[in-house]
Ligand binder design. Structure first.
Ligand code: BGC
Length: 525
Protein backbone atom coordinates (compact mmCIF):
# COMPACT_ATOMS: atom_id res chain seq x y z
CA UNK A 1 0.00 0.00 0.00
CA UNK A 2 1.34 3.41 -0.90
CA UNK A 3 -1.76 5.40 0.10
CA UNK A 4 -0.82 7.56 -2.87
CA UNK A 5 -3.88 9.77 -2.63
CA UNK A 6 -3.05 11.05 0.84
CA UNK A 7 -0.78 13.71 -0.58
CA UNK A 8 -1.33 13.48 -4.33
CA UNK A 9 -1.28 16.54 -6.56
CA UNK A 10 -4.25 16.07 -8.88
CA UNK A 11 -4.73 18.17 -12.02
CA UNK A 12 -8.28 18.76 -13.23
CA UNK A 13 -8.71 18.61 -16.98
CA UNK A 14 -11.93 20.20 -18.23
CA UNK A 15 -12.06 18.03 -21.32
CA UNK A 16 -13.87 20.50 -23.63
CA UNK A 17 -11.26 23.15 -22.97
CA UNK A 18 -7.88 21.49 -22.58
CA UNK A 19 -6.65 20.61 -26.07
CA UNK A 20 -8.40 19.89 -29.34
CA UNK A 21 -6.92 17.04 -31.35
CA UNK A 22 -9.28 17.05 -34.35
CA UNK A 23 -9.77 20.73 -35.15
CA UNK A 24 -13.50 20.99 -34.39
CA UNK A 25 -12.89 23.69 -31.78
CA UNK A 26 -13.76 21.41 -28.85
CA UNK A 27 -11.18 19.73 -26.62
CA UNK A 28 -10.99 15.93 -26.81
CA UNK A 29 -9.21 12.83 -25.55
CA UNK A 30 -6.66 12.74 -28.38
CA UNK A 31 -5.78 16.36 -27.62
CA UNK A 32 -5.22 15.55 -23.96
CA UNK A 33 -2.96 12.64 -24.84
CA UNK A 34 -0.72 14.91 -26.89
CA UNK A 35 -0.47 17.40 -24.08
CA UNK A 36 0.33 14.95 -21.27
CA UNK A 37 4.00 16.05 -21.25
CA UNK A 38 2.81 19.42 -19.91
CA UNK A 39 1.42 17.64 -16.86
CA UNK A 40 4.57 15.62 -16.39
CA UNK A 41 6.75 18.72 -16.43
CA UNK A 42 4.31 20.47 -14.11
CA UNK A 43 4.92 17.66 -11.63
CA UNK A 44 1.44 16.38 -10.86
CA UNK A 45 0.65 12.83 -9.78
CA UNK A 46 -2.78 12.33 -11.26
CA UNK A 47 -5.29 13.73 -13.73
CA UNK A 48 -9.04 14.02 -13.22
CA UNK A 49 -11.00 14.12 -16.46
CA UNK A 50 -14.42 15.81 -16.44
CA UNK A 51 -17.23 13.78 -18.12
CA UNK A 52 -16.59 12.71 -21.70
CA UNK A 53 -19.54 10.30 -22.04
CA UNK A 54 -22.29 10.51 -24.68
CA UNK A 55 -24.37 13.51 -23.73
CA UNK A 56 -26.61 16.11 -25.29
CA UNK A 57 -24.39 18.60 -23.37
CA UNK A 58 -27.19 20.40 -21.59
CA UNK A 59 -24.74 20.87 -18.70
CA UNK A 60 -21.32 20.48 -20.27
CA UNK A 61 -21.53 16.66 -20.16
CA UNK A 62 -22.79 16.40 -16.56
CA UNK A 63 -25.94 15.09 -18.24
CA UNK A 64 -24.91 11.59 -19.22
CA UNK A 65 -26.91 9.58 -21.76
CA UNK A 66 -24.69 6.48 -21.65
CA UNK A 67 -22.21 5.83 -18.83
CA UNK A 68 -20.23 3.23 -20.74
CA UNK A 69 -19.06 5.04 -23.85
CA UNK A 70 -17.33 8.18 -25.15
CA UNK A 71 -19.16 11.04 -26.83
CA UNK A 72 -18.06 11.31 -30.49
CA UNK A 73 -17.13 14.95 -29.84
CA UNK A 74 -14.43 13.72 -27.48
CA UNK A 75 -13.36 10.57 -29.34
CA UNK A 76 -13.90 6.85 -28.89
CA UNK A 77 -13.32 4.20 -26.25
CA UNK A 78 -10.12 3.37 -28.14
CA UNK A 79 -8.99 6.99 -27.68
CA UNK A 80 -9.74 6.66 -23.98
CA UNK A 81 -7.71 3.47 -23.72
CA UNK A 82 -4.82 5.10 -25.58
CA UNK A 83 -4.92 8.13 -23.29
CA UNK A 84 -5.02 5.96 -20.18
CA UNK A 85 -2.15 3.78 -21.38
CA UNK A 86 0.01 6.81 -22.24
CA UNK A 87 -0.75 8.49 -18.91
CA UNK A 88 0.25 5.34 -17.05
CA UNK A 89 3.47 5.06 -19.08
CA UNK A 90 4.28 8.60 -18.02
CA UNK A 91 3.58 7.81 -14.37
CA UNK A 92 0.28 9.69 -14.16
CA UNK A 93 -2.80 8.19 -12.56
CA UNK A 94 -6.19 8.90 -14.09
CA UNK A 95 -9.48 9.62 -12.35
CA UNK A 96 -12.73 9.79 -14.30
CA UNK A 97 -15.83 11.71 -13.31
CA UNK A 98 -18.99 9.74 -12.56
CA UNK A 99 -22.37 11.41 -12.38
CA UNK A 100 -24.64 9.17 -10.29
CA UNK A 101 -27.13 11.72 -8.94
CA UNK A 102 -28.89 12.24 -12.26
CA UNK A 103 -28.85 11.10 -15.85
CA UNK A 104 -29.53 13.03 -19.02
CA UNK A 105 -33.15 13.16 -20.11
CA UNK A 106 -31.82 11.35 -23.20
CA UNK A 107 -30.76 8.30 -21.17
CA UNK A 108 -32.67 5.17 -22.21
CA UNK A 109 -34.04 4.81 -18.68
CA UNK A 110 -35.63 8.22 -18.76
CA UNK A 111 -37.13 7.55 -22.18
CA UNK A 112 -38.59 4.33 -20.75
CA UNK A 113 -39.89 6.18 -17.70
CA UNK A 114 -41.66 8.74 -19.85
CA UNK A 115 -43.15 6.05 -22.05
CA UNK A 116 -44.46 4.16 -19.01
CA UNK A 117 -47.60 4.95 -17.03
CA UNK A 118 -47.51 6.45 -13.52
CA UNK A 119 -46.71 3.69 -11.02
CA UNK A 120 -44.84 1.57 -13.56
CA UNK A 121 -41.48 0.18 -12.36
CA UNK A 122 -39.77 2.09 -15.20
CA UNK A 123 -40.74 5.32 -13.44
CA UNK A 124 -39.36 4.14 -10.12
CA UNK A 125 -35.77 4.58 -11.32
CA UNK A 126 -36.41 8.32 -11.07
CA UNK A 127 -38.41 10.44 -8.64
CA UNK A 128 -41.83 10.86 -10.20
CA UNK A 129 -44.65 12.19 -7.98
CA UNK A 130 -48.16 13.53 -8.31
CA UNK A 131 -48.46 17.28 -7.94
CA UNK A 132 -50.30 19.24 -5.31
CA UNK A 133 -53.31 21.46 -5.83
CA UNK A 134 -56.76 20.38 -6.92
CA UNK A 135 -55.63 19.12 -10.27
CA UNK A 136 -52.02 18.34 -9.35
CA UNK A 137 -50.99 21.58 -11.01
CA UNK A 138 -48.50 22.52 -8.26
CA UNK A 139 -45.08 20.91 -7.76
CA UNK A 140 -44.98 18.10 -5.16
CA UNK A 141 -42.87 20.22 -2.79
CA UNK A 142 -40.98 23.51 -2.55
CA UNK A 143 -37.52 22.26 -3.52
CA UNK A 144 -35.40 24.54 -5.68
CA UNK A 145 -33.09 23.61 -8.51
CA UNK A 146 -29.43 24.50 -7.88
CA UNK A 147 -29.56 26.20 -11.29
CA UNK A 148 -32.57 28.34 -10.33
CA UNK A 149 -36.34 27.82 -10.46
CA UNK A 150 -38.34 24.86 -9.14
CA UNK A 151 -36.71 21.42 -8.94
CA UNK A 152 -39.76 19.77 -10.54
CA UNK A 153 -40.98 19.54 -14.11
CA UNK A 154 -44.38 18.24 -15.16
CA UNK A 155 -44.80 15.61 -17.86
CA UNK A 156 -47.68 15.09 -20.29
CA UNK A 157 -49.70 12.74 -18.06
CA UNK A 158 -49.63 15.23 -15.19
CA UNK A 159 -46.93 13.71 -12.94
CA UNK A 160 -43.84 15.65 -11.98
CA UNK A 161 -40.19 14.51 -11.88
CA UNK A 162 -37.43 15.81 -9.66
CA UNK A 163 -34.29 17.47 -11.03
CA UNK A 164 -32.02 19.18 -8.55
CA UNK A 165 -30.18 20.70 -11.51
CA UNK A 166 -31.47 21.35 -15.04
CA UNK A 167 -34.79 19.78 -16.19
CA UNK A 168 -32.67 17.84 -18.66
CA UNK A 169 -30.93 16.18 -15.67
CA UNK A 170 -33.60 14.03 -13.94
CA UNK A 171 -32.55 12.74 -10.49
CA UNK A 172 -32.20 8.99 -10.09
CA UNK A 173 -33.95 7.12 -7.29
CA UNK A 174 -31.07 5.57 -5.34
CA UNK A 175 -33.50 3.54 -3.22
CA UNK A 176 -34.22 1.49 -6.33
CA UNK A 177 -32.00 -1.65 -6.32
CA UNK A 178 -31.72 -1.63 -10.12
CA UNK A 179 -30.12 1.81 -10.03
CA UNK A 180 -27.59 0.64 -7.46
CA UNK A 181 -26.78 -2.56 -9.32
CA UNK A 182 -26.37 -0.81 -12.65
CA UNK A 183 -24.08 1.80 -11.21
CA UNK A 184 -21.84 -0.81 -9.69
CA UNK A 185 -21.48 -2.21 -13.19
CA UNK A 186 -20.64 1.21 -14.55
CA UNK A 187 -17.86 1.56 -11.98
CA UNK A 188 -16.60 -1.93 -12.78
CA UNK A 189 -16.63 -1.09 -16.50
CA UNK A 190 -14.11 1.74 -15.95
CA UNK A 191 -12.15 -0.08 -13.25
CA UNK A 192 -11.69 -2.97 -15.65
CA UNK A 193 -10.32 -0.56 -18.25
CA UNK A 194 -7.74 0.48 -15.66
CA UNK A 195 -8.81 3.84 -14.22
CA UNK A 196 -7.27 4.73 -10.89
CA UNK A 197 -10.46 6.09 -9.43
CA UNK A 198 -13.47 8.34 -9.67
CA UNK A 199 -14.47 11.88 -8.91
CA UNK A 200 -18.06 11.48 -7.77
CA UNK A 201 -20.34 14.28 -8.87
CA UNK A 202 -22.91 15.58 -6.34
CA UNK A 203 -21.86 12.81 -3.98
CA UNK A 204 -24.00 14.30 -1.22
CA UNK A 205 -27.18 14.25 -3.29
CA UNK A 206 -28.10 10.71 -4.20
CA UNK A 207 -30.34 10.04 -1.22
CA UNK A 208 -33.25 12.35 -0.53
CA UNK A 209 -35.29 12.49 2.66
CA UNK A 210 -37.83 9.63 2.16
CA UNK A 211 -40.85 11.89 2.68
CA UNK A 212 -39.62 14.60 0.33
CA UNK A 213 -40.71 17.25 2.85
CA UNK A 214 -41.01 20.96 2.12
CA UNK A 215 -38.04 23.00 3.27
CA UNK A 216 -40.27 25.93 4.19
CA UNK A 217 -37.46 28.20 2.99
CA UNK A 218 -37.73 30.99 0.43
CA UNK A 219 -34.14 30.69 -0.62
CA UNK A 220 -32.40 27.33 -0.43
CA UNK A 221 -29.37 27.43 -2.66
CA UNK A 222 -27.29 29.70 -0.43
CA UNK A 223 -27.50 26.88 2.15
CA UNK A 224 -25.57 24.56 -0.14
CA UNK A 225 -22.57 23.57 1.95
CA UNK A 226 -23.70 25.71 4.86
CA UNK A 227 -27.06 24.46 6.11
CA UNK A 228 -29.27 21.41 6.18
CA UNK A 229 -31.56 20.58 3.28
CA UNK A 230 -33.75 17.47 2.91
CA UNK A 231 -32.23 16.66 -0.45
CA UNK A 232 -28.55 16.82 0.46
CA UNK A 233 -26.16 15.02 2.80
CA UNK A 234 -28.67 12.51 4.17
CA UNK A 235 -27.12 9.89 6.45
CA UNK A 236 -28.23 7.00 4.27
CA UNK A 237 -25.99 8.12 1.38
CA UNK A 238 -23.02 6.65 3.23
CA UNK A 239 -24.30 3.11 2.67
CA UNK A 240 -23.64 3.60 -1.01
CA UNK A 241 -20.01 4.53 -0.40
CA UNK A 242 -19.44 1.59 1.91
CA UNK A 243 -20.60 -0.62 -0.89
CA UNK A 244 -18.45 1.16 -3.49
CA UNK A 245 -15.40 0.97 -1.24
CA UNK A 246 -15.66 -2.79 -1.24
CA UNK A 247 -15.74 -2.75 -5.00
CA UNK A 248 -12.69 -0.45 -5.23
CA UNK A 249 -10.79 -2.61 -2.75
CA UNK A 250 -11.52 -5.73 -4.76
CA UNK A 251 -9.27 -4.33 -7.53
CA UNK A 252 -5.50 -4.29 -7.44
CA UNK A 253 -3.69 -0.96 -7.41
CA UNK A 254 -5.35 1.32 -4.82
CA UNK A 255 -8.33 2.65 -6.79
CA UNK A 256 -9.95 5.63 -5.13
CA UNK A 257 -13.18 7.58 -4.83
CA UNK A 258 -13.26 11.37 -4.40
CA UNK A 259 -16.49 12.95 -3.23
CA UNK A 260 -17.71 16.23 -4.58
CA UNK A 261 -19.76 16.66 -1.47
CA UNK A 262 -21.25 19.77 0.05
CA UNK A 263 -21.94 19.29 3.74
CA UNK A 264 -23.04 21.81 6.34
CA UNK A 265 -19.94 21.42 8.53
CA UNK A 266 -16.44 20.06 8.11
CA UNK A 267 -17.34 17.28 10.58
CA UNK A 268 -20.14 16.15 8.30
CA UNK A 269 -17.84 16.37 5.28
CA UNK A 270 -15.30 14.13 7.03
CA UNK A 271 -17.94 11.39 7.25
CA UNK A 272 -17.46 10.76 3.51
CA UNK A 273 -13.82 9.79 4.13
CA UNK A 274 -14.24 7.39 7.02
CA UNK A 275 -11.98 4.34 6.63
CA UNK A 276 -14.64 2.17 4.98
CA UNK A 277 -15.97 4.89 2.65
CA UNK A 278 -14.27 7.17 0.12
CA UNK A 279 -10.61 8.20 0.06
CA UNK A 280 -10.99 11.92 -0.47
CA UNK A 281 -13.64 14.63 -0.39
CA UNK A 282 -13.14 18.05 -1.90
CA UNK A 283 -12.62 20.56 0.83
CA UNK A 284 -14.15 23.75 -0.55
CA UNK A 285 -13.51 25.75 2.62
CA UNK A 286 -10.29 27.35 1.40
CA UNK A 287 -11.88 28.19 -1.93
CA UNK A 288 -14.71 29.93 -0.07
CA UNK A 289 -12.47 31.75 2.43
CA UNK A 290 -11.77 35.43 1.89
CA UNK A 291 -8.13 36.42 1.43
CA UNK A 292 -7.30 36.97 5.08
CA UNK A 293 -4.84 35.42 7.53
CA UNK A 294 -7.39 34.56 10.24
CA UNK A 295 -9.80 33.01 7.72
CA UNK A 296 -7.12 30.92 6.06
CA UNK A 297 -5.78 29.80 9.43
CA UNK A 298 -9.23 28.87 10.71
CA UNK A 299 -9.91 26.78 7.60
CA UNK A 300 -6.59 24.96 7.86
CA UNK A 301 -6.97 24.18 11.55
CA UNK A 302 -10.54 22.97 11.19
CA UNK A 303 -9.94 20.94 8.02
CA UNK A 304 -6.91 19.15 9.42
CA UNK A 305 -8.62 18.38 12.71
CA UNK A 306 -11.82 16.99 11.23
CA UNK A 307 -10.14 14.76 8.67
CA UNK A 308 -7.55 13.54 11.18
CA UNK A 309 -10.39 12.42 13.40
CA UNK A 310 -11.42 9.86 10.79
CA UNK A 311 -7.85 9.00 9.77
CA UNK A 312 -7.97 10.70 6.37
CA UNK A 313 -6.10 13.65 4.86
CA UNK A 314 -7.76 16.70 3.40
CA UNK A 315 -7.71 18.16 -0.11
CA UNK A 316 -6.82 21.77 -0.92
CA UNK A 317 -8.84 23.28 -3.73
CA UNK A 318 -8.59 26.86 -4.99
CA UNK A 319 -10.68 26.53 -8.13
CA UNK A 320 -12.56 24.27 -10.49
CA UNK A 321 -14.90 24.46 -13.48
CA UNK A 322 -17.80 25.66 -11.30
CA UNK A 323 -16.35 28.71 -9.57
CA UNK A 324 -14.77 32.02 -10.46
CA UNK A 325 -11.03 31.68 -11.02
CA UNK A 326 -8.88 32.58 -7.98
CA UNK A 327 -7.07 35.50 -9.69
CA UNK A 328 -10.41 37.25 -10.20
CA UNK A 329 -11.89 36.17 -6.88
CA UNK A 330 -8.93 37.61 -4.98
CA UNK A 331 -9.29 41.06 -6.52
CA UNK A 332 -8.34 40.65 -10.20
CA UNK A 333 -5.50 42.47 -11.94
CA UNK A 334 -2.06 42.55 -10.42
CA UNK A 335 -3.33 42.21 -6.84
CA UNK A 336 -5.49 39.18 -7.65
CA UNK A 337 -2.62 37.57 -9.55
CA UNK A 338 -0.18 38.05 -6.68
CA UNK A 339 -2.64 36.66 -4.16
CA UNK A 340 -3.54 33.65 -6.30
CA UNK A 341 0.12 32.77 -6.73
CA UNK A 342 0.73 33.14 -2.99
CA UNK A 343 -2.37 31.06 -2.21
CA UNK A 344 -1.03 28.28 -4.44
CA UNK A 345 2.31 28.20 -2.60
CA UNK A 346 0.49 28.31 0.73
CA UNK A 347 -1.72 25.37 -0.21
CA UNK A 348 1.09 23.29 -1.76
CA UNK A 349 2.96 23.42 1.55
CA UNK A 350 0.00 22.23 3.65
CA UNK A 351 -0.46 18.63 4.80
CA UNK A 352 -2.70 16.64 2.48
CA UNK A 353 -3.55 16.46 -1.20
CA UNK A 354 -3.80 19.35 -3.66
CA UNK A 355 -6.06 19.91 -6.66
CA UNK A 356 -4.99 22.22 -9.50
CA UNK A 357 -7.62 23.29 -12.02
CA UNK A 358 -6.26 23.66 -15.56
CA UNK A 359 -5.05 27.19 -16.23
CA UNK A 360 -4.28 27.98 -12.59
CA UNK A 361 -0.65 27.14 -13.39
CA UNK A 362 -0.80 29.93 -15.99
CA UNK A 363 -2.45 32.43 -13.64
CA UNK A 364 -5.48 32.70 -15.92
CA UNK A 365 -8.23 35.07 -14.77
CA UNK A 366 -11.98 34.55 -15.20
CA UNK A 367 -13.12 35.78 -18.62
CA UNK A 368 -15.84 38.23 -17.64
CA UNK A 369 -16.80 39.66 -21.01
CA UNK A 370 -17.84 36.65 -23.07
CA UNK A 371 -20.46 37.57 -25.67
CA UNK A 372 -23.95 36.46 -24.59
CA UNK A 373 -24.48 34.34 -27.67
CA UNK A 374 -21.54 32.03 -26.93
CA UNK A 375 -22.47 31.32 -23.31
CA UNK A 376 -23.55 27.71 -22.80
CA UNK A 377 -23.98 27.26 -19.06
CA UNK A 378 -27.62 26.45 -18.17
CA UNK A 379 -27.26 28.84 -15.21
CA UNK A 380 -27.09 31.69 -17.71
CA UNK A 381 -30.36 30.72 -19.39
CA UNK A 382 -32.22 29.57 -16.26
CA UNK A 383 -31.43 32.85 -14.52
CA UNK A 384 -32.84 34.75 -17.48
CA UNK A 385 -29.39 36.14 -18.25
CA UNK A 386 -28.91 37.70 -14.80
CA UNK A 387 -26.23 35.24 -13.66
CA UNK A 388 -23.35 34.86 -16.15
CA UNK A 389 -22.78 31.30 -14.94
CA UNK A 390 -19.57 29.32 -15.21
CA UNK A 391 -18.39 29.74 -18.80
CA UNK A 392 -15.82 32.36 -17.76
CA UNK A 393 -13.68 29.77 -15.99
CA UNK A 394 -14.10 27.25 -18.82
CA UNK A 395 -12.43 29.22 -21.60
CA UNK A 396 -9.90 26.96 -23.38
CA UNK A 397 -6.21 26.75 -22.47
CA UNK A 398 -3.76 28.98 -24.36
CA UNK A 399 -0.79 26.87 -25.45
CA UNK A 400 1.29 28.86 -27.89
CA UNK A 401 1.36 31.44 -30.67
CA UNK A 402 0.33 35.04 -31.12
CA UNK A 403 -3.37 34.84 -31.85
CA UNK A 404 -6.46 33.08 -30.44
CA UNK A 405 -7.07 30.20 -30.01
CA UNK A 406 -3.36 30.02 -29.11
CA UNK A 407 -2.69 26.46 -30.20
CA UNK A 408 -5.77 25.07 -28.45
CA UNK A 409 -7.33 24.09 -31.77
CA UNK A 410 -6.67 24.40 -35.47
CA UNK A 411 -10.31 25.51 -35.80
CA UNK A 412 -12.42 28.10 -34.04
CA UNK A 413 -12.62 27.43 -30.31
CA UNK A 414 -16.05 26.78 -28.71
CA UNK A 415 -15.49 29.78 -26.43
CA UNK A 416 -13.24 32.62 -27.61
CA UNK A 417 -9.88 33.13 -25.89
CA UNK A 418 -9.01 36.76 -25.05
CA UNK A 419 -6.31 38.45 -27.17
CA UNK A 420 -4.43 39.35 -23.96
CA UNK A 421 -3.71 35.69 -23.31
CA UNK A 422 -0.86 36.02 -25.81
CA UNK A 423 1.47 36.57 -22.85
CA UNK A 424 -0.13 33.79 -20.79
CA UNK A 425 0.48 30.85 -23.13
CA UNK A 426 2.38 27.80 -21.91
CA UNK A 427 5.11 28.45 -24.53
CA UNK A 428 5.49 32.07 -23.47
CA UNK A 429 5.63 31.22 -19.77
CA UNK A 430 8.13 28.43 -20.35
CA UNK A 431 10.54 30.94 -21.78
CA UNK A 432 10.17 33.42 -18.94
CA UNK A 433 12.10 32.90 -15.69
CA UNK A 434 9.57 34.50 -13.39
CA UNK A 435 6.28 33.21 -14.82
CA UNK A 436 3.45 31.66 -12.80
CA UNK A 437 4.14 28.40 -14.62
CA UNK A 438 7.75 28.42 -13.45
CA UNK A 439 6.64 29.02 -9.86
CA UNK A 440 4.21 26.10 -10.05
CA UNK A 441 6.83 23.79 -11.53
CA UNK A 442 9.48 24.80 -9.00
CA UNK A 443 7.10 24.47 -6.07
CA UNK A 444 5.74 21.08 -7.13
CA UNK A 445 9.27 19.77 -7.75
CA UNK A 446 10.27 20.90 -4.24
CA UNK A 447 7.13 19.34 -2.80
CA UNK A 448 8.29 16.02 -4.21
CA UNK A 449 11.87 16.48 -3.08
CA UNK A 450 11.18 17.51 0.51
CA UNK A 451 9.95 14.56 2.56
CA UNK A 452 8.34 16.81 5.19
CA UNK A 453 5.87 18.15 2.61
CA UNK A 454 2.70 16.33 1.63
CA UNK A 455 1.20 14.08 4.28
CA UNK A 456 2.21 14.82 7.87
CA UNK A 457 2.07 17.39 10.64
CA UNK A 458 2.10 21.18 10.65
CA UNK A 459 3.28 23.53 13.37
CA UNK A 460 2.30 27.21 13.40
CA UNK A 461 5.06 29.78 13.88
CA UNK A 462 4.37 33.06 15.69
CA UNK A 463 4.21 35.93 13.23
CA UNK A 464 2.95 39.53 13.15
CA UNK A 465 -0.72 40.11 12.35
CA UNK A 466 -1.65 39.52 8.73
CA UNK A 467 1.09 36.93 8.22
CA UNK A 468 0.75 33.15 8.55
CA UNK A 469 3.77 30.92 8.86
CA UNK A 470 3.96 27.22 9.50
CA UNK A 471 6.72 24.72 9.82
CA UNK A 472 6.81 21.28 8.21
CA UNK A 473 9.55 19.21 9.80
CA UNK A 474 12.65 20.84 11.29
CA UNK A 475 13.89 22.52 8.11
CA UNK A 476 10.96 23.93 6.20
CA UNK A 477 8.82 27.03 6.74
CA UNK A 478 6.11 28.55 4.55
CA UNK A 479 5.25 32.20 5.30
CA UNK A 480 2.44 34.14 3.62
CA UNK A 481 1.75 37.86 3.94
CA UNK A 482 -1.98 38.50 3.46
CA UNK A 483 -1.57 42.27 3.88
CA UNK A 484 -0.39 44.75 1.31
CA UNK A 485 2.61 46.17 3.24
CA UNK A 486 5.98 44.42 3.58
CA UNK A 487 6.66 42.69 6.91
CA UNK A 488 10.08 41.87 8.36
CA UNK A 489 10.26 38.26 9.58
CA UNK A 490 12.88 36.41 11.51
CA UNK A 491 12.75 32.98 9.99
CA UNK A 492 15.55 30.48 9.52
CA UNK A 493 16.50 28.81 6.29
CA UNK A 494 17.47 29.66 2.78
CA UNK A 495 15.08 30.71 0.06
CA UNK A 496 13.58 27.72 -1.74
CA UNK A 497 10.79 29.39 -3.64
CA UNK A 498 8.76 32.59 -3.61
CA UNK A 499 5.46 33.49 -5.21
CA UNK A 500 6.45 36.90 -6.60
CA UNK A 501 8.87 37.60 -9.39
CA UNK A 502 11.64 38.70 -7.03
CA UNK A 503 14.82 36.73 -6.37
CA UNK A 504 16.75 36.25 -3.13
CA UNK A 505 15.53 36.65 0.44
CA UNK A 506 16.40 39.59 2.70
CA UNK A 507 14.03 38.77 5.56
CA UNK A 508 11.28 41.12 4.38
CA UNK A 509 8.14 39.53 2.99
CA UNK A 510 6.26 41.85 0.59
CA UNK A 511 2.46 42.06 0.71
CA UNK A 512 0.41 39.37 -1.07
CA UNK A 513 3.42 37.09 -1.23
CA UNK A 514 4.34 33.63 0.04
CA UNK A 515 7.81 32.29 0.55
CA UNK A 516 9.27 28.85 1.23
CA UNK A 517 12.42 28.76 3.32
CA UNK A 518 14.48 25.79 4.34
CA UNK A 519 17.20 23.46 3.53
CA UNK A 520 17.17 20.57 1.10
CA UNK A 521 19.05 17.55 2.35
CA UNK A 522 21.45 16.07 -0.16
CA UNK A 523 19.82 12.66 -0.06
CA UNK A 524 16.32 14.01 -0.77
CA UNK A 525 17.25 16.51 -3.50
C1 BGC B 1 -20.52 19.70 -11.29
C2 BGC B 1 -21.17 20.77 -12.09
C3 BGC B 1 -22.51 20.25 -12.57
C4 BGC B 1 -23.35 19.71 -11.40
C5 BGC B 1 -24.49 18.87 -11.89
C6 BGC B 1 -21.47 19.60 -10.14
O1 BGC B 1 -21.21 19.79 -8.95
O2 BGC B 1 -19.22 20.00 -10.88
O3 BGC B 1 -20.38 21.22 -13.15
O4 BGC B 1 -23.21 21.29 -13.18
O5 BGC B 1 -22.60 18.92 -10.56
O6 BGC B 1 -24.01 17.67 -12.39
Amino acid sequence: MTNWWRDAVVYQVYVRSFADGDGDGIGDLAGIRERLPHLVSLGVDAVWLTPFYPSPMADGGYDVADYRDVDPTFGTLADFDALLARAHELGLRVLVDVVPNHTSDQHEWFAAALAAAPGDPARDRYLFRDGRGERGELPPNDWESVFGGPAWTRVADGQWYLHLFDPRQPDLNWRNPQVRADFREVLAFWLDRGVDGFRIDVAHGMIKHPELPDTGLDEQISLLGHGELPYFDQDEVHEIYRDWRQLFDSYRGERIGVAEAWASTSERLARYVRPDELHQAFNFALLEAPWSAPDFRRVVVESLATTAEVGATTTWVLGNHDVQRPVTRYGDGDLGSRRARAAALFSFALPGSVYVYQGEELGLPEVLDLPDDVRQDPIWTRSGGTDPGRDGCRVPMPWSGDAPPFGFSSGESWLPLPEEWKTATVAEQESSGDSVLRTYRDALALRRAIPALGDGELEWVDTPEGVLAFRRGPDFVCATNFGTEPVALELPGELLCRSDAATGWNGVLPGSTAVWLGKIHEESA
